[in-house]
Design a protein around this ligand. Structure first.
Ligand SMILES: C[S@@+](CC[C@H](N)C(=O)[O-])C[C@H]1O[C@@H](n2cnc3c(N)ncnc32)[C@H](O)[C@@H]1O
Ligand SMILES: [Zn+2]
Length: 266
């Protein structure tokens, strides 16, 4: 998987502490080891993606082991369908899932996230992998170069994902199901509006190979309750009253419910 210029698509070559393309676009390699390949014109805000606080909360929650059944399901699905090649995790966050999946496959790993804080945290801890601050909308990698592309609780960009996958590459997508975290939702919202949600979507240019539901109970206590909230979109939607009710909650018994979808190029 070679890196390409996110502006013009030409190959990038290393020049000391930067990567540069033949047309003169150049990008810094940060002290922490990640590459910043997000040009201003591809940013929607000054600091896009998860904040440092969210990234650290996510790491604390994931490392508590509460979501181990999810990574186990993803690892098994990957092992069953993978045919070789490099792993690219899009919207990789702080890297916990990606590192374990790539290790199980003994494959080289690249993680990409639009949040600089997320890739900075990933690069600081997992030095053997490559980390990129970039956007899923314009993946800075060559066509047909990825063996396993994963997107966990993050976005899917069909055309771009298809472009970078090898012919026999797979796309592994994890989506929250409708009944994910009902315990948390019932504390923070006065009433829960169940929106119709397709957790096994049809994706243009892809064929579904397998869909594996993952559902399990877990308990979060003390700080882990707030950490869990910051990992979810409810973090942005919660009201002051909802936040207060959650702060008063000492022990949260909840159910995680998601779907691991495996797609092949159609
Ligand atoms: C819900 S988090 C999931 C993180 C990680 N996959 C996990 O499950 O722990 C979604 C991630 O997508 C990132 N993100 C949002 N928009 C993005 C984009 N356009 N390109 C790449 N990453 C993006 C966010 O910064 C965040 O880290
Ligand atoms: Zn360029």
């Amino acid at each position: 998987m070679e890196l390409i210029c996110p502006i013009c698509g030409e190959p990038l070559a290393r020049q000391e502490k930067r990567l540069a393309c033949p047309r003169g676009h150049s990008f810094d390699i940060a002290r922490q080891g990640y590459v910043h390949l997000l040009p201003v014109q591809q940013k929607r805000s000054l600091h896009p993606g998860d904040t440092r606080e969210q990234v650290l909360s996510r790491r604390a929650f994931l490392e508590s082991g509460a979501y181990l059944p999810i990574v186990e399901a993803v690892r098994e699905a990957a092992k069953a369908h993978y045919t070789g090649g490099e792993v690219l995790d899009v919207g990789c966050g702080e890297g916990w899932y990606a590192v374990q999946v790539a290790e199980a496959l003994k494959a080289p790993l690249t993680g990409l996230d639009i949040s600089k804080e997320a890739v900075r945290c990933a690069a600081a801890k997992y030095k053997h992998a490559r980390w990129i601050c970039g956007t899923a909308a314009h993946l800075p990698v060559t066509d047909g170069s990825v063996g396993l592309l994963m997107s966990m609780f993050a976005l899917t960009v069909p055309e771009e994902f298809r472009r970078v996958l090898k012919e026999d590459g797979i796309f592994l997508q994890v989506l929250a199901a409708q009944d994910h975290l009902m315990g948390l939702k019932s504390i923070i919202y006065p009433e829960i509006l169940l929106k119709e949600k397709d957790s096994v979507p049809k994706i243009e240019g892809f064929a579904l190979a397998e869909s594996i539901p993952v559902r399990f109970d877990f308990t979060a206590q003390g700080e882990q309750i707030g950490n869990l909230l910051s990992m979810t979109p409810h973090f942005w939607r919660i009201s002051a009253e909802g936040a207060k009710r959650l702060e008063e909650t000492k022990v949260l018994r909840d159910t995680a419910s998601c779907v691991v979808n495996v797609y092949q190029r159609a």
